[in-house]
Unconditional design. Structure first.
Length: 332
């Protein structure tokens, strides 16, 4: 896993493609390109007798450029970062900030691929991928892109889920102080949970869960296993990040800032001052300034409550959530 920072300064976790899957995707793409070139040259050879030699050479060079450069550029531009090989392996090319690949970046990758794969037989790409922490080849470095995998491991996808019995508790969590180091340790523990012995599962889980509990409040309910606690916290953290990204994307698409979950839009300088269709009563049981006199002797906008008017009782204050000291028990 790797983290990318979007243009809105939001950290998004992505899974960087591994070298074996990228190598297989490249082999598939090269096989398609070689097949197209051989077929094109066979067709040109059939018409070589009636064609001029200079024109034939120019057409062959043009075909080579179109196949070597145009194939990856065209496919990655139209399919948002996926060629035929990447589509078969579940890979995608994205920008360093996680945004879709642009045509300019696809062109840089295609031109660099001619040198890396066709002229130098993939040696620069192999060396660069081994040196780079994100497995970038030269084309990725020049274009500012990264190849990610859209197919997560099955065990990992099953572990980081929200336990249904902890969903209500997780919705009230305070996660602003949670360090990235603890999150990364919890994520690695959950990804290798099935490969550990039961004793190691519990001991390592208790240690990481205790570290995370120092930055997360409220405490976990009693009797929660460590792996369930960590999975609930990570799932809630991921849900909030996805919600924040979706809200920002909606505001960008509309061209207007969107109000937050606890904000109400304020009237602008050009908005009318018409009362709402269903005005709400003001607090403390007093009538609002725009309420109309209703039936059965309800008071008007500027009238005092009559002798028979029954004031509305104030709404009861919500009870604070009951929390109990948390604890982590071994998995059954």
């Amino acid at each position: 896993m790797s983290e990318v920072v979007t243009g809105d300064a939001v950290v998004v976790e992505v899974r960087v493609a591994q070298m074996p899957s990228r190598a297989v995707a490249i082999i598939i793409d090269l096989a398609v390109q070689v097949t197209v070139l051989v077929g094109a040259y066979a067709l040109l050879g059939a018409f070589a007798v009636i064609s001029d030699s200079a024109m034939l050479t120019a057409v062959m060079i043009t075909l080579m450029v179109l196949v070597m450069v145009g194939y990856p550029v065209l496919f990655e531009s139209l399919s948002r970062g996926r060629s035929l090989g990447k589509l078969a392996l579940g890979l995608r090319v994205v920008s360093d900030d996680g945004s879709p690949e642009r045509f300019r970046q696809a062109l840089f990758r295609g031109l660099a691929g001619v040198v890396e794969f066709w002229l130098l037989y993939g040696a620069p790409a192999l060396i660069s991928s081994l040196v780079s922490q994100r497995g970038k080849r030269l084309g990725d470095i020049f274009a500012g892109t990264i190849v990610i995998s859209e197919r997560a491991p099955r065990d990992r996808a099953q572990m980081i889920v929200m336990p249904p019995q902890l969903a209500g508790w997780a919705a009230r969590l305070e996660l602003s102080q949670l360090p990235d180091e603890v999150v990364q340790a919890a994520r690695q523990y959950l990804s290798r949970w099935h490969d550990l012995s039961p004793q190691v599962q519990h001991e390592m889980g208790v240690r990481i869960a205790t570290q995370m509990a120092a930055f997360v409040s409220p405490a976990a309910p009693p009797g929660v296993p460590p792996h369930a606690y960590l999975s609930a916290v990570l799932a809630e953290r991921r849900r909030r990040e996805e919600t924040r990204l979706a809200r920002r994307a909606g505001a960008t698409a509309n061209g207007l800032p969107q109000p937050g979950p606890y904000q109400t839009p304020r009237p602008g300088p050009y908005q009318g001052t018409q009362p709402a269709a269903y005005p709400q009563p003001s607090p403390y049981g007093q009538p609002g300034p725009y309420e109309q006199p209703g039936p059965y002797g309800q008071p008007g906008p500027y009238e005092q409550p009559g002798p028979y008017a029954r004031p509305r009782p104030p709404a009861p204050a919500p009870e604070p959530p009951k929390t109990t000291p948390g604890g982590f028990t071994p998995p059954q």
